[in-house]
Design a binder for this molecule. Structure first.
Ligand code: GDP
Length: 843
């Protein structure tokens, strides 16, 4: 109803298209809807609708009156309606066209705007890029300036003061990444931040700005070209500097690679070796480690090892036998005209009990003491006799092979003639043969003294024929070896023997220069209670005088007094004369060589040097001391014909048994000497003692404690462990006799400490352990140690880690261990884990 009410005023208001519609349809409601539509169409264009259908109100008015309308009227109205419709359609089409045009216009404008926008954007972008470029160049320029300042400052500080503040400022700018707001030197960030503003301005069409910018850009470009060149040269300079630096380093490297002649004495400290090669000590230590030698820079190595190292580093080893200090010793060759005949020096050798001592005594008594009033026979190690024909002979009265060979081994071959004593009642014996070999090895001529010829059962001929077998052909057998039948007891043939010796000496043409600095060999030395250190020296060259300063082995001194073999004080001793020398600073050793030098300082220096060398040698040798090596050494140097050992065992009974067994080992040449024995763990002091004596330590059912193990490793002392006396004695015997079987060597691969002991059903007692050293291995052998004493040896039943059976447990980890067939385990016990390896032994 409200609709109707609403329409009435509409209809009353004037003729409208909605009213026309109403007259066609037969319900009011419809017309209302139509009217609404019309309204809608009209609303958008009130002006157009109001102006154009001027006739419509007239049409509308009659349609409001359904009744009383004629056909003509209807037709007229219809036409009007059609016309109106057509107009309407026309209008609509026009509107559409207009709309379209507007749309097109909008589109065009939008496109235009977009294009413009794009254009602007592009321009902006270009400008931005340009701005950035600008900024970059400015930055580079600034950096260059800064660099230049630095460079200027660095090489010549005198130039820098010109603009120190600027340099500082530059440095500050560099440090703060450029927060300087003003000035042409803008940093990159600064410029980047400012660029968008400028771009925006440019986008608004600030042509001037653009032009300005463009101009600036081209200028920058120009600058770029110029500065780029400078930049390149800067980089080039940098490269050049780097090259130079590398070159310098390169020169250093090539200098290191220079092949050097490395002076190599018999022993050398690692750091000194490095120094002589101009290599780093650490590198040398590394090289040594690679060779299997664990040494520190302060340790001494022998020349052979050092030579390998030198080769490794590509240098050349030059062996020097004697140190420079030794060169003050007079070693000039004598001119033939300075040489004078000297007495021969004779050593008497032969089998034990064949009468060496008796013969020496007989000669001495017969030729020295007799007829000399007050002559007191004094044993100084050698004596001189004068034959009936006037020849002087010097006898060494320390008979036997040991003295002879030890002297030789020490480089003092003093003997000119060997008198081989063979008892006529006995014949050639083992030591006779040895003596023959020694003499032959030393290329010393022999004279055979067939002793005990006074005896009824003496058979000199047998001796001669026996000697044939050993390639000693005596004159009686048409050979060239003199043979004399003697009797020490009766004195028979002694003169003949002396004459034979004199003859042999003549043949040898023994000569020496008495007029030079003396050189001699120590044949005996002792520490005399009243006189201090005393050495009997057999002068070989020159003449030793009272007051002479000398060095002898590792000792030195000044001759305080000289005493001859008759106990008389003499002022000098010439070639082949034996004298006792007083005035030494210590006791030298038999075989040491005495050299007279000019000053005390020289003597002291040489002695000190030798002492150090010996120490180093000992240390170097000690670094590789094994039972085999010791025995090999003992055999090579017959002076050391005994094997010292240190024995530690679990109980007194076994200690005694071992010592007794070991003392039985050996023969006349080689024997075992137990320098120390005891009960309990092997301690550091045992190792120290062993080291000093060059001995191995033998542990019987005992172990070395940790400090002792460390000391042994460091000092190179061998510790051998045994649990069967027979094995121990057998090993020592084998080493002594040189019959070395393949050795079963044990390697300790780990140690574990028992923390707790658990009882596990089905397994028994299980030790809760921590592996303290190395590795615990299921397959390895194990020993249970309590206070470093072996309680049990066997194998493992189980090796567990967190309930899992494992093969290995490494140091620091906990594990469970149980012994096969052994249960007496306690917390605190140590488990030793070892593996066995068979090693072929070599000497
Ligand atoms: P060495 O071991 O070679 O020094 O021999 P010794 O000089 O000690 O002599 C050993 C033994 O043989 C001693 O009992 C001497 O008395 C004896 N003896 C040494 N020479 C002779 C000799 O010419 N005739 C006899 N009948 N006995 C001698």
């Amino acid at each position: 109803m409200s609709d109707t009410d609403g329409k009435k005023p509409l209809g009353l208001g004037g003729a409208r298209p909605g009213q026309v519609k109403q007259s066609f349809s037969h319900g009011r409601t419809k017309s209302v809807v139509v009217e609404t539509k019309r309204k809608k169409v009209v609303v958008p264009k009130p002006s157009a609708a109001g102006g154009k259908p001027a006739g419509s109100p007239s049409l509308g008015d009659p349609s409001r009156r359904p009744a009383g309308i004629s056909d003509a009227e209807m037709e007229r109205r219809l036409k009007a309606l059609q016309a109106a419709k057509a107009r309407e359609a026309e209008e609509a089409a026009q509107r559409v066209a207009e709309e379209k045009a507007r749309e097109e216009e909008r589109e065009r404008r939008r496109a235009e705007a977009e294009a413009k926008e794009r254009e602007d954007r592009e321009r902006e972008e270009a400008l931005r890029l340009k701005a950035e470029e600008d900024a970059r160049k400015a930055r580079e320029a600034e950096l260059r300036a800064q660099k230049k300042e630095e460079v200027r400052k660095a090489p010549a500080k005198a130039e820098a003061p010109a603009d120190p503040a600027a340099a500082e400022a530059a440095a500050a700018r560099a440090a703060t990444k450029g927060v300087v707001a003003t000035g042409p030197r803008k940093t990159d960030r600064d410029r980047d931040e400012r660029a968008p503003d400028r771009d925006a301005r440019n986008a608004k069409g600030k042509g001037d700005d653009n032009a300005r910018r463009t101009g600036k850009l081209s200028l920058s470009e120009a600058l770029h070209g110029g500065e780029g060149g400078r930049q390149r040269s800067l980089a080039a300079m940098k490269r050049k500097q780097e090259k130079a630096r590398q070159k310098a380093m390169g020169y250093g490297q090539s200098a290191e690679k220079m092949v050097r002649d490395v002076q190599l004495p018999e022993t050398i400290v690692v750091s000194e070796l490095a120094n002589r090669m101009a290599e780093r000590a650490a590198d040398v230590v590394k090289a040594l480690m690679k060779m299997g030698m664990m040494v520190t820079a302060n340790q001494t190595i022998d020349a052979d090892t050092a030579e390998l190292v030198i080769e490794e580093f590509g240098h050349k080893a030059v062996r020097v036998s004697d140190a420079d200090v030794e060169q003050v010793i007079d070693t000039v060759e004598d001119k033939p005209e300075d040489l004078q005949t000297r007495p021969p020096i004779i050593t008497i050798m032969g089998h034990v009990d064949h009468g060496k001592t008796s013969l020496l005594d007989a000669i001495r008594k017969a030729n020295v003491v007799s007829g000399e009033a007050g002559g007191i026979t004094q044993h100084i190690g050698a004596y001189q006799v004068t034959t009936d024909s006037g020849a002087v002979l010097t006898f060494l009265d320390t008979p036997g092979h040991a003295a002879f060979t030890s002297m030789r081994a020490r480089g003092a071959q003093v003997t000119d003639i060997v008198v081989l004593v063979v008892a006529a009642d006995d014949a050639v014996m083992p030591q006779t043969i040895e003596a023959i070999n020694h003499a032959k090895a030393a290329k010393v001529p022999m004279i055979v003294a067939i002793n005990k010829c006074d005896k009824y059962e003496a058979n000199p001929q047998k001796v001669r024929t026996d000697l044939l077998q050993h390639e000693v052909v005596v004159e009686a057998m048409s050979g060239d070896v003199q043979d004399v039948e003697v009797s020490a007891k009766t004195g028979k043939g002694l003169d003949e023997l002396l004459e034979a010796i004199a003859l042999q000496a003549e043949v040898l043409e023994l000569k020496a220069n008495p007029n030079r600095a003396a050189q001699g060999a120590v044949i005996e030395a002792k520490l005399d209670v009243g006189r201090g250190p005393v050495a009997t020296v057999l002068v070989q060259h020159g003449t030793l005088k009272q007051g002479d300063i000398f060095v002898v082995g590792e000792k030195w001194g000044k001759v305080r007094a000289l005493i001859n073999d008759r106990g008389e004080r003499v002022t000098e001793a010439g070639p082949s004369v034996p004298v006792e020398v007083l005035g030494l600073n210590g006791t030298p050793e038999a075989g040491d060589v005495l050299n007279v030098v000019e000053t005390e300082a020289q003597a002291r220096e040489i002695a000190d040097y030798r002492e150090q060398t010996t120490k180093d040698k000992r240390a170097a040798a000690g670094a590789a001391t094994t039972l085999e090596q010791l025995m090999a050494k003992a055999k090579a140097d017959l002076n050391v014909a005994e094997l010292p050992v240190v024995v530690k065992a679990d109980v007194q009974g076994s200690t005694e048994a071992i010592v007794q067994a070991l003392e039985k080992v050996g023969n006349e040449e080689v024997r075992v000497r137990v320098i120390h024995s005891g009960v309990g763990a092997i301690t550091e002091s045992d190792v120290g003692l062993a080291e000093a004596s060059g001995a191995p330590v033998i542990g019987f059912n005992v172990r070395a404690n940790a400090p002792a193990r460390a000391a042994a490793n460091q000092k190179g002392v061998e510790i051998r462990y045994y649990s069967i006396i027979y094995d121990l004695v057998d090993d020592i015997k084998a080493a002594a006799s040189g019959l070395l079987k393949n050795e079963v060597r044990e390697h300790f691969i780990g140690y574990a400490q028992i923390k707790e002991v658990f009882k596990v059903s089905g397994v028994g007692k299980v030790a809760g352990c921590i592996v303290t050293e190395g590795v615990a291995r299921r397959s390895a052998g194990v020993r249970l140690l309590r206070d470093d004493v072996v309680i049990h040896e066997g194998t493992l039943k189980t090796l567990k880690r967190f309930k899992d059976e494992v093969k290995d447990v490494i140091s620091g980890q906990e594990c469970g261990m149980a012994f096969e067939n052994y249960e007496d385990i306690r917390p605190g016990d140590v488990i030793e884990i070892f593996e066995r390896e068979e090693v072929e032994r070599t000497l």
